[in-house]
Design a protein around this ligand. Structure first.
Ligand code: NAD
Length: 478
């Protein structure tokens, strides 16, 4: 392979074939190699923590407190978890080999048909090969390194393509990943859509894409040429149902957590950020007053909230309020500072449901509140819209919780908190329907980049002749 610049001009064919050669050598399958890569990632997170805070601040104006909570700290825990458990995940899992007869007890686990008896069977996770990870700019460390850690734990050779829209983080990853990881098996390719398109010309064993549905569609179309499996982590409008909360304390806790999940996470530029709130009419004014007072207490300095990525996104958010029918519903905030690309936390009450702010993903610090007559009506509201990545519900009502779980569909459901599900390694993260498909995080990141190979072993011992011709009716029903 030439330099990355030469590779770019040549369309990355050399890079992919070099990685395939490394993978075929068997090096990345070795458990010790996988362990050393995970250790390398952990060292990177610990030794370069300050640099990571700096680049996240340069790209997004994120405060180091937020960067630690959402990117470095949660990621380090997740890599530690993989280090502890990946050998167990990579081990073959014995399958039942009990004899299954036609009239046998079906409560037993699925087992061996008579023709294959006796046999032993197991499920053997194997790496997929050479995989490609596209990441996004809003959590540019976590959305790159979490899937990377899963791909390495599973024994793959990997290319990561960070987003060009977080250039300092992309440059940091390109400069540092080769120092901490096996640079022959892990490559960072920087660049924008043209580079992404060139990469997608090649055959990969899996592509994990995080980004917009528009580009997700292009990725899937290109992947089809090589029958490359894809996982698409896309966006959506994540609703938050807030039920009447009888105690002042519960209401305050709910508001704290909604604020953290909206304005306190990359200024609302997060795929699982709360997009809008559904609340009963009489509760809305109480909630709005609590939002106002709490926002004032939390964001005492401008640098406590991230800024908008760039001018284009700033303008896009501005345009959402362009419609006078929408602008007239602003009940708090609404100040846009083009110089600093910052937007004041903004709350709207009942903007028209057919306006852009209620039909497009907001991905910024604007929060519409939509009132319903009865909180149960919000279920019908959700069911009439595309399946989101996350649904949130703040309530003590167990019946309402059950109805939300059973009657709606979404990547995840979280009660009485928001966004924190992202850091739970024991549950999968991913979308459904319009919000994408494929799940990762924790063990699911390992599974995302593994194939569960079925292995069956027979001996030469017993031979049933009823399975072979010549056929006659006495062989039916055995
Ligand atoms: P995007 O779709 O423009 O870009 C994502 C990645 O694809 C980048 O690495 C980019 O360089 C690459 N890319 C862009 N055009 C390409 C092309 N033609 N061919 C190949 N690669 C190409 O990202 P965006 O629109 O800025 O991201 C915001 C969206 O991402 C939002 O909808 C958000 O909800 C979603 N998102 C989802 C998750 C998740 O985990 N589900 C996380 C973060 C963001």
């Amino acid at each position: 392979m030439g330099s990355l610049a030469e590779e770019r001009a040549l369309g990355y064919g050399g890079l992919v074939s070099d990685l395939r050669e490394v993978y075929e050598s068997g090096r990345t399958k070795d458990l010790e190699w996988r362990q050393s890569q995970l250790r390398g990632l952990l060292r990177l997170l610990r030794e370069k923590e300050e640099e990571i805070f700096d680049v996240l601040c340069e790209d997004l104006g994120k405060h180091r407190g937020e960067s630690f909570r959402d990117e470095v700290g949660s990621l380090a825990k997740s890599v530690e978890d993989k280090l502890q458990n990946f050998k167990k995940w990579a081990a073959p899992e014995k399958a039942s080999s009990l004899l299954r007869l036609i009239d046998s007890d079906c409560s037993q686990p699925a087992a061996t048909p008579l023709v294959a008896f006796p046999a032993t069977a197991f499920v053997m996770p194997e790496p997929l090969g050479v995989v490609l990870i596209f990441s996004c700019w809003n959590l540019p460390i976590g959305l790159t390194l979490e899937p990377l850690s899963g791909a390495l734990a599973a024994g793959n050779a990997v290319v990561v393509k960070p987003s060009e829209l977080a250039p300092s983080t992309a440059a940091f990853l390109a400069a540092n990943l080769p120092k901490y990881l096996d640079s022959k098996a892990v490559k960072v390719v920087e660049g924008g859509p043209d580079v992404g398109e060139k990469l997608m010309e090649h055959r990969w064993d899996k592509v994990l894409f995080t980004g917009s549905s528009r580009v997700g569609r292009l990725i899937m179309t290109k992947a089809a040429k090589h029958l490359t499996p894809v996982a698409l982590e896309l966006g959506s409008k994540c609703p938050c149902i807030v039920d009447w909360l009888d105690s002042n304390r519960d209401s305050q806790v709910a508001v704290n957590r909604i604020i953290a999940a909206k304005w306190g996470t990359c200024a609302g530029q997060a795929c699982i950020a709360i997009d809008y709130v559904l609340v009963e009419e009489e509760f809305a004014p109480i909630l709005i007053e609590l939002f106002k007072s709490t926002l004032k207490r939390f964001f005492t300095k401008p640098e406590f909230m991230a800024r908008i990525l760039n001018k284009k996104h700033f303008q896009r958010l501005n345009d959402l309020l362009d419609d006078p029918k929408v602008a007239s519903t602003v009940v708090h905030g609404g100040y846009f500072n083009a110089k600093t690309l910052s937007i004041e936390p903004t709350i709207l009450l009942n903007p028209p449901l057919d306006s852009d702010i209620m039909t497009e993903e907001i991905f910024g610090p604007l929060l519409p509140i939509i009132t319903v007559k009865k909180i149960e009506d919000s279920i019908k509201f959700l069911k009439s819209r595309p399946k989101p990545l996350a649904i949130y519900g703040f309530t003590r009502n167990e019946k309402l919780k059950r109805r939300i779980i059973e009657e709606t569909s979404s990547g995840s459901v979280t009660f009485n908190d928001a966004i924190v599900q992202y850091g739970m390694d024991s549950i999968p993260f991913g979308g459904v329907g319009a919000s994408g498909f494929g799940q990762y995080h924790g063990k699911y990141s390992f599974e995302m980049f593994s194939h569960k190979k079925a292995v069956l072993k027979r001996s030469f011992l017993i031979e049933f002749m009823f399975r072979y011709p010549p056929w006659d009716d006495s062989k039916i029903g055995l």
